[in-house]
Design a protein around this ligand. Structure first.
Ligand code: IMP
Ligand code: MG
Length: 184
């Protein structure tokens, strides 16, 4: 793919068309795996919102939404290592097929923590759908059940992913050059 720049200095890693095609495939896979069953899509705020909205429309099952929120990187891109629950799900997950929807599986700390929190409430099943996977950064051993793209160790923004809350609305997934990342 030819490198293109938008928003001064950002290079596109996946275009909106590539994302849309892959998200459709993920939705079809989930629909096949849970045929005849209900699912609850539990999104991790705020990064997963755009992915969840698109994925949900590619899932041909009886589906409901819920949202969780955890403490984040702060303003920048550094992971402190500590994860805290800022907002729990609104409805009980007991006996439900939960699909935890996240933008990116990075160190794995967030999803390992959330998986523990949700498992304690005894769902019928618990799967992880992450649009991106950055295995090079993993600290906690965890794998996604549905992964959109496995990416190199680069900081990416767009399609819900932010840097200091910016760029979530970019339709493509773009790389921020390391020189533009502060050490916050
Ligand atoms: P974890 O390191 O796997 O716990 O991921 C925690 C959170 O860090 C993710 O939910 C993302 O919001 C954020 N994150 C990790 N890598 C990136 C990135 O490359 N760009 C933007 N956000 C990221
Ligand atoms: Mg996030």
């Amino acid at each position: 793919m030819a490198a293109a720049t938008i928003h001064a200095g950002l290079e596109i890693l996946y275009t909106r068309d590539q994302i849309s095609k892959r998200v459709a495939e993920m939705g079809e896979q989930i629909s096949r795996d849970f045929v005849g069953q209900k699912v609850v899509l539990v999104g991790v705020l705020k990064g997963a919102t755009i992915f969840l909205a698109d994925l949900a429309r590619c899932i041909s099952l009886d589906a409901t939404f819920d949202f969780l929120s955890t403490s984040s990187y702060g303003k920048g891109h550094q992971q402190s290592g500590e994860v805290r629950l800022l907002k729990d799900v609104d409805h009980s997950v007991e006996g439900q097929n939960i699909i935890l929807v996240e933008d990116i599986l990075d160190t794995g700390l967030t999803l390992s923590y959330l998986r523990r929190v949700l498992s304690a409430h005894q769902p019928r099943s618990l799967k992880i759908a992450a649009l991106l996977d950055k295995p090079a950064r993993r600290i906690q051993k965890i794998e996604g059940d549905y992964i959109g793209f496995t990416i190199p160790n680069k900081f990416v923004v767009g399609y819900g992913l932010d840097y200091a809350e910016r760029y979530r609305n970019l339709p493509d997934i773009c790389v921020i050059p390391p020189s533009a990342l502060g050490d916050e």
